[in-house]
Design a protein around this ligand. Structure first.
Ligand SMILES: Nc1nc2c(c(=O)[nH]1)N[C@H]1C(S)=C(S)[C@@H](COP(=O)(O)OP(=O)(O)OC[C@H]3O[C@@H](n4cnc5c(=O)[nH]c(N)nc54)[C@H](O)[C@@H]3O)O[C@H]1N2
Ligand SMILES: Nc1nc2c(c(=O)[nH]1)N[C@H]1C(S)=C(S)[C@@H](COP(=O)(O)OP(=O)(O)OC[C@H]3O[C@@H](n4cnc5c(=O)[nH]c(N)nc54)[C@H](O)[C@@H]3O)O[C@H]1N2
Ligand code: SF4
Ligand SMILES: [Mo]
Length: 694
């Protein structure tokens, strides 16, 4: 047996595991947990069962081409690659390069994400690339960039949390979404200092029971007001850290003015959180010797998500938490490579190393590494929602390539997305299973799964880690590096297109040199030697586990306190309810992977809505019966779980299900003006019993 030390294919905690396979790499592969600072040997059920997917019979093993009758037929690689290249050349000739779009993913390795950004710009020559990370951490990223001049999920190693006495968790449910994370909250729980803000009594909120802390249950979408209210108390009661604010920040006066009118009683009237609780929160945070503020998707996936994350950062800065040992602010990245996936050029406005695509010096540097003229690098594209909306419209995108996303399940307002994809001349989807998006494709390209490839990922702490190959891929499947090289050759593209992930990494490292996310001191060999590798890791350095200790990344070294205002979001009227969406323990994202593992799927094979008993009674809805959620965008029928865990004015749906059970039939494609994050966590719906249903 041979063993490979690697990391889980799923979330950003990137728990360490060892995969043991037969010497010839044949299946089955065994999974065991491995000691590592984030998981300390623990894995959640998704990690334990991850290798099952390697052996699935419905794995894609040959390219597929859509037939006139709508069915798929297997095709040779030459056939599909020629057809894709021909389409690119024809469309480019007829409509210009922006007739072609690329949609990437935060699950891709750094090497693939880097190569995809380069492929879009200098092989396809389009400016239109963006990715599903836009749906994930973009609001927190925009807020951190604005405040600190740099965005890394956690600017400190996760293990720092262990000794905290207070942790304020805003809209994250890591008890379900990153179970091994919970061990890092034990210190705060022991001190009675775990504070969880969530309209739902989530698994994580429950961890604050029995003296371990507090669950604060605001009206959905009012977190910004709540944070302004806490900041009001911090300033009014002079609980803020005056020296820190003077020495390390700018913008205090404007923030003081912006929170002046958010006295506790007014904040209570908007958020539903009692005024005494708001005061107690401010006092607890200010009185702690070791406090952390963390945000998750619950507060970020809103049209005011950037401002809400900004308000959380303002609070952390007022209290002097950021960059100080034993305290901090951070956001939890989501996808396996949610962090690295956006540092190397998949984002519509960025080049490798987190460079702005509009920065002439950055363009010149990257152009040198790519072997092209800076003028040959296109300008900024458009963010994910806008990219999807351009599909098939006049003068818009005619061909879309999707790598690592299942947009007809996970994008907002999915009936529009489905219609848009249907209007394309050519949809090309790379995946290892026939996802719902792949089912709509004209061409499906079978690619490798995590345990079949080498590469690197960057976890929620900005730590760069190695993914290692443990199993032989099925004959017929190809690496995405190979697909890009083949297409680049057919398109006569400049540049080098290596198949070797370690060579691609070296090029990425050079391209990132001097950028904010500088990987230039890193290589596969260095990572294999066991080096701790938190970026920025410039050549000659030993990395940066702790950011902002001495200075922030703005030119003057100071953080920006940014005054933000609470604007009214769409709120329910009459008998309408707020719909919030989120995740379940055993499903992952659009479910392509986890719906295929019996142990993960069987607990919740169908969509179940959470509804408060009073709300159910008012509508004549019995526990376990079926209900209909409806708004202007769509209709979803679901089984109902009647539970006091949710506010009476709110209904919760998981978004892991496809087709008629997709929660995103109801969500809106309106986006945040700073981050272009859609409003996943707040929609208005009516809820009724389905007549005749048991
Ligand atoms: N099991 C599992 N784990 C995962 C994933 C998965 O799909 N399944 N996905 C991974 C990814 S990509 C991500 S981004 C992370 C996400 O991880 P989390 O951010 O923890 O996940 P969510 O369940 O989307 O949202 C967290 C909580 O936000 C709450 N919420 C909803 N609306 C509001 C609001 O207006 N205010 C507040 N304060 N809270 C609100 C929800 O009730 C929910 O409990 O998880 C990662 N881990
Ligand atoms: N309503 C609602 N919607 C949401 C959210 C929410 O909270 N509520 N959360 C949003 C968030 S945070 C996220 S991150 C998105 C995620 O949404 P999706 O983009 O749909 O995420 P996945 O299901 O992980 O899709 C990844 C697809 O790529 C495939 N895949 C995995 N690895 C690779 C690879 O290396 N190469 C290729 N080519 N394919 C690969 C998988 O099989 C899968 O089909 O959903 C967003 N949508
Ligand atoms: S917490 Fe995340 S990384 Fe860890 S085993 Fe579960 S899915 Fe994998
Ligand atoms: Mo995410």
């Amino acid at each position: 047996m041979t063993a490979a030390d690697t990391h889980c294919p799923y979330c950003a905690l990137q728990c360490a595991m060892t995969l043991t396979a037969t010497p010839d790499g044949r299946l089955p592969v065994e999974v065991s947990g491995r000691d590592f600072p984030t998981n300390r040997g623990g894995l959640c059920k998704k990690g334990w069962t991850s290798a099952e997917l390697l052996a699935r019979g419905d794995r894609l093993t040959a390219p597929l081409m859509k037939q006139p009758d709508g069915s798929f037929a297997e095709a040779s690689w030459d056939e599909v690659l020629d057809r894709i290249a021909d389409s690119v050349l024809t469309l480019r000739e007829k409509h210009g390069p922006d007739a072609i779009g690329v949609f990437g993913g935060g699950g891709l390795t750094n090497e693939k994400a880097y190569q995809l950004g380069k492929f879009a710009r200098i092989a396809l020559r389009t400016r239109l690339i963006d990715y599903n990370g836009r749906f994930c951490m973009s609001s927190a990223a925009a807020a951190a960039n604005r405040a600190f001049g740099l965005d890394r999920g956690l600017p400190f190693p996760l293990a720092d949390l262990d000794t905290a006495d207070t942790v304020l968790v805003l809209g994250s449910n890591m008890g379900d979404t990153m179970p091994p994370f919970v061990q890092h909250l034990q210190g705060a729980r022991a001190q009675g200092g775990l504070i969880v803000v969530d309209p739902r009594r989530s698994t994580t909120a429950r961890l604050a029971d029995d003296g371990a802390g507090m669950h604060v249950q605001p009206v959905p979408g009012t977190d910004l007001a709540l944070l302004l209210g806490i900041a009001h108390v911090v300033i009014a009661e002079e609980l803020y850290d005056r020296d820190y604010v003077d020495e390390r920040t700018v913008g205090f006066a404007a923030v003081r003015r912006s929170v002046a009118s958010w006295w506790p009683a007014r904040t209570e009237s908007v958020t539903g959180v009692p005024a005494e609780t708001i005061r107690a929160l401010a006092q607890r945070l200010a009185g702690s010797s070791s406090a952390y503020i963390l945000t998750g998707r619950g507060v970020e996936q809103h049209v005011d998500g950037t401002d809400t994350a900004t308000a959380a950062i303002n609070l952390a800065l007022l209290l002097g938490l950021v960059g100080r040992p034993g305290s901090g602010y951070g956001t939890l990245t989501g996808q396996g490579n949610g962090q690295g996936g956006r540092e190397h050029g998949q984002k519509s406005d960025q080049l490798p190393g987190y460079r702005k695509i509009t920065d002439p010096a950055g363009r010149a540097h990257v152009a040198r590494v790519w072997g092209v003229d800076p003028a040959d690098i296109p300008s900024a594209g458009v963010p994910a929602v806008q990219l999807l909306a351009r599909c098939g419209i006049d003068g818009g995108v005619r061909m879309l390539m999707v790598h690592g996303a299942n947009v007809v399940v996970s994008a907002p307002d999915v009936s529009q997305v489905r219609a848009a994809l249907g209007r394309l001349d050519l949809l090309v989807v790379s995946d290892f299973f026939l996802s719902e998006t792949a089912q709509l494709a004209d061409i499906v390209l079978p690619v490798l799964q995590w345990a079949e490839e080498e590469g690197t990922m960057t976890n929620l702490e900005g730590r760069v880690i190695r993914r290692r190959r443990a199993a032989t891929p099925p004959p017929g499947a190809r690496s995405e590096l190979w697909i890009m090289r083949e297409l680049a050759a057919r398109l006569g593209a400049p540049g080098t297109w290596s198949l070797d992930p370690s060579e691609v990494f070296d090029e990425l490292a050079r391209a990132s040199a001097g950028g904010l996310a500088d990987y230039s001191g890193l290589s596969h060999a260095l990572l294999d030697s066991g080096a701790e590798a938190h970026w920025p890791y410039p050549a000659g350095s030993s990395g940066t586990p702790h950011l902002f200790r001495d200075r922030f990344a703005h030119d003057d070294g100071r953080a920006r306190l940014v005054a933000v205002r609470s604007r009214r979001q769409e709120t329910p009227r009459g008998s309408e309810l707020s719909l919030i969406t989120g995740r379940l323990l055993t499903h992952y994202q659009s479910g392509t992977q986890t719906r295929r593992v019996a142990e993960l799927n069987d607990p919740t094979p169908r969509i179940v809505a959470q509804l408060h008993p009073v709300t159910a009674r008012d509508r004549g809805i019995a526990a376990g019966s079926r209900i209909r959620l409806r708004n202007v965008r769509g209709v979803v029928d679901a089984e109902v779980a009647v539970t006091e865990d949710i506010r009476p004015d709110t209904v919760f749906l998981p978004f892991h299900y496809a087709g008629a059970e997709s929660a995103n039939l109801l969500t809106s494609a309106k986006t945040d003006p700073h981050s272009s994050m859609p409003e996943f966590k707040n929609a208005v719906v009516t809820v009724e019993a389905i007549a005749g249903a048991e």
